[in-house]
Ligand binder design. Structure first.
Ligand code: SF4
Length: 368
């Protein structure tokens, strides 16, 4: 079995972004202290082998005070991670926090920038300036953390081609190693999603670009990033050679991973399970001496195949199938090959350049 990825869920945010429907929220400080203590207990139970990756995600893990982060790091069963990432909200990378992360073995930072243009960031509920990110990237480098990723969203309210170009220019200026570009998907239960559906002016629904414009932003980013030397290795992920996210590759390649904290998911190769969804539920279960785990699922052959297609086909390397799975999918593969969305070369199946734009449709048709 491949060495597992460890995901640590920190569901606390300084503010709620308009498009976000994650289970993270702005919770009272007292809940956070309890959560950290219980999370340390759960971390202490992990049995982790060499070659594992570690990922602090959220929420905003960078919101944790240095003492809270150190409590969690001390509870981890090892220090020699193949890669150890923390998601950081710009503005939260203070000198004290950065030196704590470095001392605790963090080797990679993923910045939730979304836009480098303050007006666009503000419309999404963020308050940072591009200069803040530049200073924090520099600070991280001085502390020895040089593997930096930035997350961008194409299609935020008030985004125009000019502001999108500015955002990509900042990527070039910072020279980071990894970029994730997501096309806006405001889920129905986010505040922006509700406004897009029901109308209103508070969260900028009227200034959200059209679907065609969002696709154009994405295609522009693909070209720009390619010209800057980034390889697209997954629909939304671009890396300089050798700088792919090792942790995320584990999800997409269906290698094992174990999640701790609220709404964290786990997979051991044959079974999946999830922890309870919200921080208050998690603290309640742990305080009562109950397991936070719920929603167990034993994966049968069909479910494994579905998951492999769902998780893996968005990678440019595609997926490899066994003879039986290949036979099962063959009737649905052929029309997609004819549309030039899929390349089928037994045993491997991968999306074409055009197919990468319709990854969700291809997956839906393969699993229909
Ligand atoms: S997008 Fe990130 S920072 Fe914003 S509310 Fe959601 S989890 Fe928190």
């Amino acid at each position: 079995m491949a060495s597992p990825g460890i995901y640590v869920s920190i569901p606390f945010c300084a503010q709620k972004c308009t498009y976000c429907n994650f289970r993270s929220d702005v919770f009272p400080r007292g809940l956070r202290s309890q959560y950290v203590q219980f999370l340390a207990d759960e971390l202490g139970l992990l049995d982790v082998r060499a070659g594992s990756t570690l990922y602090f995600g959220g929420g905003s893990p960078s919101l944790l005070e240095p003492s809270e982060f150190s409590t969690l790091a001390a509870a981890l069963p090892r220090r020699d991670w193949e890669e150890a990432t923390i998601e950081v909200a710009p503005g939260e990378g203070t000198p004290e926090r950065v030196s704590t992360w470095a001392a605790c073995g963090i080797s990679r930072v993923s910045f939730g920038v979304q836009s480098f243009v303050p007006e666009v960031a503000r419309a999404a509920g963020r308050r940072h300036e591009p200069e803040t990110v530049r200073i924090e990237v520099e600070r991280l480098g001085e502390a020895g953390i040089r593997n930096i990723s930035v997350d961008l969203i194409a299609g935020l309210a008030r985004q125009t081609f000019a502001t999108w170009r500015q955002t990509l220019s900042w990527v070039e200026r910072l020279g980071v190693d990894h970029v994730s570009v997501y096309m806006l998907e405001a889920d129905d239960d986010s505040r922006l999603g509700r406004e897009l559906r029901a109308g209103g002016r508070r969260y900028g629904a009227l200034q959200v670009p059209s679907e065609e414009a969002i696709l154009d932003f994405y295609l522009f980013a693909v070209e720009r990033l390619r010209a800057l030397g980034y390889e697209r290795y997954e629909v939304s992920n671009f890396a300089r050679p050798g700088m792919r996210s090792l942790h995320n590759l584990k999800y997409w390649r269906m290698e094992p991973y174990f999640g701790v904290g609220s709404d964290a998911h786990s997979f051991n190769g044959t079974q999946r399970w999830a922890n309870v969804a919200t921080a208050p539920e998690y603290v309640g279960r742990m305080a009562a001496g109950l397991s936070p785990r719920t929603a167990f699922e034993e994966l049968d052959r069909n479910r494994m195949l579905e998951d492999r297609v769902l998780a893996g086909l968005r990678m440019t390397e595609g997926i490899r199938l066994g003879p039986r799975a290949w036979r099962d999918l063959q009737p649905r593969v052929e029309p997609l090959v004819a549309r030039e969305w899929l390349v089928a070369d037994e045993p491997s199946l991968r999306l074409t350049e055009g197919g990468l734009l319709f990854a969700d449709e291809v997956v839906a048709e393969l699993l229909a």
